[in-house]
Design a protein around this ligand. Structure first.
Ligand code: MN
Ligand code: MN
Length: 298
């Protein structure tokens, strides 16, 4: 399959799974069940998860997935981000949506959706990220919201979710440009204008990535490293997935690999002033003449 075809196929699956998945999110629903259903849907439709299903609530901006025996539920009155990744042969679709369980969140959710729509319309082949970031920041601000300063979109690469370049949601000195033939995830994160609009690391997300596949002496650990590499290449994976294959012993090996610096465990990204966050995200493929949004449901 050509890369373009794979990007389009991954995007189509991601759009369908996100539309279904957002309906799994209800007050007091188990995060574990939501994550497993979403990831099952991805596989049933012929894709593979490009990273674990993220369900982040309230001031959690991103990067929470259920642990193997997670008992967490969707909190009453919360604002919830569902962020999913699908890949076909390593070509990734990354897309997210926000749902709120109180009318308090309606304005911010609408603003985040609207800001993304306008951000997508602004993209042109060769456009500078700095100009783009200024547009995004301006759109959010015109509705009374701030974009989170240190959360950005990103270039996508084969089996790479963050392929080096960040696509900012603020104006600033970024030197990058939207290049023809490249794919990018576009994702403004919005908070109330009184918030700090800055995220910090807090707690463990249950998401991991093989970061340094150096040789480990222990045979059991080595086998787990091999399995992770063969199964996910460089892509992020969930401790749940290791548990499903190898049980408790797999989890303790995973912990050991994290201590050895062979795998990296991601923290949860939390808004530093405790402000609730809204996010929408689409993946775009920059063509010579046009911008193709791969994750829009037709
Ligand atoms: Mn995402
Ligand atoms: Mn993304």
């Amino acid at each position: 399959m050509e890369p373009k075809e794979a990007y389009i196929k991954a995007g189509k699956i991601a759009a369908e799974v996100l539309a279904r998945g957002i309906k799994y999110i209800e007050e007091e629903a188990f995060i574990l069940e939501i994550c497993e259903k979403v990831e099952d849907d991805i596989r049933k439709l012929g894709g593979e998860p490009a990273f674990p299903c993220n369900v982040s609530q309230n001031e959690e901006a991103a990067h929470y997935t259920a642990s193997p025996n997670d008992r967490k539920v969707v909190k009453k009155g919360s604002i919830v981000k569902l962020d999913i990744g699908v890949h076909i042969d390593g070509y990734i679709a990354d897309t997210a949506m926000t749902v709120g369980f109180s009318s308090t969140w309606d304005r911010m959710i609408d603003a985040a959706r609207w800001t993304l729509e306008h951000a997508l319309k602004a993209i042109e082949p060769g456009m500078g990220f700095s100009t783009f970031g200024k547009v995004v920041e301006g759109k959010a601000s015109s509705l009374g919201f701030k974009t989170i300063e240190n959360l950005a979109g990103h270039k996508l690469g084969k089996y790479t979710v963050h392929a080096g370049e960040s696509v900012p949601n603020r104006g600033g000195p970024s030197v990058g440009i939207f290049k023809v033939g490249e794919a990018y995830a576009i994702e403004p994160f919005l908070v109330d204008r009184r918030a700090k609009a800055y995220v910090i690391n807090k707690g463990h997300s249950n998401i991991y990535r093989l970061s340094n596949p150096k040789r480990v002496k222990d045979k059991g650990l080595r086998n787990l490293v091999m399995d992770i590499w063969n199964s996910y290449k460089g892509l992020p994976f969930a401790s749940r997935w290791v548990y499903a294959k190898f049980g408790e012993s797999g989890l303790s090996k995973l912990k050991r690999l994290e201590e050895l610096g062979v795998v990296h465990g991601y923290p949860i990204l939390v808004e530093s002033s405790g402000a609730p966050v809204a996010q929408f995200e689409h993946t775009v493929l920059v063509d010579r003449e046009s911008i193709l949004i791969t994750t829009i449901k037709k």
